[in-house]
Ligand binder design. Structure first.
Ligand code: AMP
Length: 522
C-alpha cells in the first residue's frame, strides 16, 4: 500500500521497483544481444551537455528545446561567496564585474549586456549613496531619500542576481545529439566506417506527465554514422529494431514509413525536393487557413510540415487534401525510397506508408519511420527514427551519413505489461529454514553453494521456528524450502519441501544442487 511520505518523487519521475525491474533488465539484455548481432557497440554519453549542443542539433524552434529542457548554470565551484541580496550587494556587484573582466564567468552577449546594466546601476548607486550619506550627517534624512537609497540598492542586487555565473547546461532530452558530438570529439571518422553505436538510459523533457509520458523517461537508441547512405542501410536498421521487438514479443507492432526528400544545399545543382514541397504545402495551407485551428494557423508560417502531425479531428479532412511529399521527391530521393521499400520486402518486414510522417528539422532527410504498439492509448509510438545526413556537419564535423532510431523503453515495457508479458518471476528459488547452531553453519555453507550454482537463495539471519520460517518462505514466493535441523545435519539427508503443494522429500546433501537443477528444468 502506498503511504504518504514527506518526500515524494518529482512529478513525472518514477521509481522502478522489483520485480518489475526484471522486465526492464530482460528488455535491455535483448537489445544488447540483438544490436550486438548487427555489429553495434555500446556508447555511454554524459547525462548533461552544453545547452547549445541541443539547441543546434534538435533545433531552437522545437518544443523540446524551446520549452522542455531542464537547463541550469554550471557554476564554477570556486566562485567567491557572493553576499547576494544582503547589504554587501555593492561589494558583490564589484566582484562580479571583476570576474567578468577577468574572463572567469561567461562572456556571451547576454552577460555583456547584464554587466553593462550593472555598471550603470552602480554608478547611480554611488551618487544616490553620496547624497544619502551627506544628508545622514546632518540628521535630516527624509523618507524619500531613504527610499531612493533602498530602491537603488535592491536594483543593484537584482541585476547582480541576473548575471550568468556559468555556462548553460541541459539534461539530455534525447541521445542523437550527444552521440554525434562524441563522433566528432573522438575523431570517429577515422575509425572503420560505418560506426554503429547504441545507447541506453534516461532522457529528460518537461512534458505534461500522463500514461506513457514522463519527465524522466528511458530510451534505447541506435545510430549508424559514416559509411554509405545506401538504402540497404536504412532497411537493415529498420529490420534490426523489428527483430528486437519480435524478440521481446511486443504485441501489435505496426511500422509506418515515409521519405521526406532532402533539403541540404545540392552540391550538384539538383533540385532540393523538400523545399519545393514545403512551398507547395504552405501555399495550399494558406488557401484553407480559415478552416484550421490556431496552432496549425501559426505553423503555416513557422513550420508547415508540423501541420501534418495534427491530431485535431476537425482538421483531418482538410489535411487529406494537401499536397503529398511523394509527388515532389527528386529522382535520387524517389529511387532511394523505392529501394528501401524493396529491401524491406526482401527482409520480410511489413510496413505501411504514411505520407504524413514528417520531421520538421532540416537535416532529417529521406527515410523516416515510426513504430506503434498495442495497449498504450494515445501515446502509442514506441519508436521513431530516420536519416539525418547533415547533422554531424551542422555540429562542426565532417560531412557524414547518419541514420538512427530511439525506442521509448517506458512505453515498450507498458505495452508488454498490458499484454501480460511482464508477470513477475517467483521471488526466491530456495528458502533455507534452519534451527540450531550446527544447522546454522551448514545453512551458511549451503546458501553459498546454491548461490554459486545460480539459485536465488534466502537465508534467515536469525533462528526461527520452522513454522514461522515456512510462512515467510511462502510470502517471499519461494519455490522450495530447505529444512535443516540437527537431525538433517547429522544424517546428511536434508528435507526439501515444495511450497506449492506441501510435498516433502529427503535429498542427500551431496545431490542437492543436481536435484534442484533437474526440478527447475522439469
Ligand atoms: P523522439 O525522441 O521524440 O523521437 O521519441 C522517440 C520515442 O521516445 C517515442 O516514440 C516515445 O516512445 C519515447 N518518448 C518520447 N518522449 C517521451 C516521454 N516524455 N515519455 C515517455 N516516452 C517518451
Amino acid at each position: 500500500m502506498a503511504t504518504k511520505t514527506k518526500y515524494q518523487a518529482i512529478k513525472g519521475a518514477r521509481d522502478l521497483l522489483p520485480p518489475g525491474t526484471d522486465l526492464w533488465a530482460r528488455v535491455e539484455q535483448a537489445a544488447r544481444e540483438v544490436f550486438g548481432s548487427y555489429g553495434f557497440g555500446e556508447i555511454r554519453t554524459p547525462i548533461f551537455e552544453p545547452t547549445e549542443l541541443f539547441a543546434r542539433a534538435v533545433g531552437e524552434e522545437t518544443d523540446i528545446v524551446s520549452k522542455e529542457m531542464y537547463t541550469f548554470e554550471d557554476r564554477p565551484s570556486d566562485l567567491p561567496d557572493f553576499a547576494r541580496g544582503s547589504f554587501d550587494v555593492v561589494k558583490s556587484a564589484n566582484e562580479l564585474i571583476g570576474l567578468f573582466r577577468a574572463g572567469e564567468i561567461p562572456q556571451g552577449s547576454v552577460n555583456k549586456i547584464r554587466i553593462a546594466q550593472l555598471e550603470k546601476k552602480l554608478e547611480q548607486w554611488h551618487s544616490v549613496n553620496e547624497k544619502f550619506q551627506s544628508i545622514a550627517r546632518t540628521d535630516q534624512v527624509l523618507a524619500g531619500d531613504l527610499e531612493d537609497f533602498g530602491t537603488t540598492t535592491s536594483q543593484v542586487a537584482f541585476l547582480t542576481r541576473d548575471v550568468q555565473l556559468g555556462d548553460l547546461i541541459s539534461l539530455r532530452p534525447e541521445a542523437t545529439a550527444s552521440i554525434c558530438r562524441a563522433y566528432i570529439e573522438h575523431g570517429m571518422a577515422q575509425w572503420p566506417q560505418p560506426v554503429k553505436l547504441y545507447c541506453l538510459g534516461p532522457m529528460f523533457r518537461r512534458e505534461r506527465p500522463q500514461k506513457g509520458r514522463y519527465r524522466q523517461f528511458y530510451q534505447i537508441d541506435a545510430e549508424i554514422l559514416g559509411g554509405s547512405d545506401a538504402p540497404g542501410v536504412d532497411a537493415e536498421v529498420i529490420e534490426m529494431v523489428m527483430v528486437f521487438f519480435e524478440r521481446v514479443e511486443l504485441p501489435g507492432v505496426h511500422l509506418e514509413l515515409n521519405s521526406i526528400g532532402h533539403s541540404a544545399p545540392p552540391a550538384d545543382g539538383k533540385p532540393v525536393c523538400r523545399r519545393a514541397y514545403v512551398e507547395a504545402l504552405r501555399a495550399a495551407l494558406e488557401k484553407v487557413k480559415d478552416k484550421l485551428g490556431a496552432d496549425s494557423q501559426r505553423r503555416i508560417e513557422t513550420n508547415p510540415l508540423r501541420v501534418l502531425d495534427s491530431k485535431l479531428e476537425s482538421e483531418q479532412a482538410i489535411i487529406a487534401t494537401l499536397p503529398k511529399i511523394g509527388d515532389y521527391l527528386c529522382d535520387d530521393c524517389a529511387k532511394h525510397y523505392a529501394e528501401v521499400k524493396r529491401q524491406l520486402d526482401a527482409r520480410g518486414v511489413k510496413y505501411q506508408e504514411n505520407w504524413r510522417l514528417v520531421r520538421g528539422l532540416d537535416y532529417y532527410m529521406r527515410t523516416t519511420f515510426e513504430i506503434t504498439a498495442k495497449g498504450l492509448g494515445s501515446q502509442n509510438a514506441v519508436c521513431g527514427g530516420g536519416r539525418y545526413d547533415g547533422l554531424i556537419e551542422l555540429l562542426g564535423g565532417p560531412a557524414t551519413k547518419g541514420i538512427g532510431f530511439a525506442i521509448g523503453e517506458d512505453r515498450l515495457i507498458l505495452s508488454l505489461q498490458e499484454a501480460g508479458k511482464g508477470s513477475a518471476a517467483a521471488g526466491r528459488d530456495v528458502f533455507i529454514a534452519w534451527m540450531g547452531e550446527k544447522a546454522q553453519a551448514t545453512a551458511i555453507a549451503a546458501a553459498r553453494k546454491l548461490r554459486d550454482a545460480g539459485f536465488r537463495v534466502e537465508l534467515p539471519p536469525v533462528e526461527q521456528k520452522f513454522g514461522k520460517a515456512l510462512g515467510q518462505a511462502d510470502k517471499l514466493g519461494a519455490r522450495y524450502a530447505l529444512i535443516l535441523g540437527d537431525d538433517e545435519v547429522t544424517s546428511g539427508q536434508w528435507t526439501v519441501k515444495t511450497l506449492a503443494d506441501g510435498k516433502q522429500e529427503k535429498v542427500a546433501e551431496k545431490e542437492l544442487v543436481e536435484w534442484l537443477r533437474k526440478s527447475f528444468r522439469g
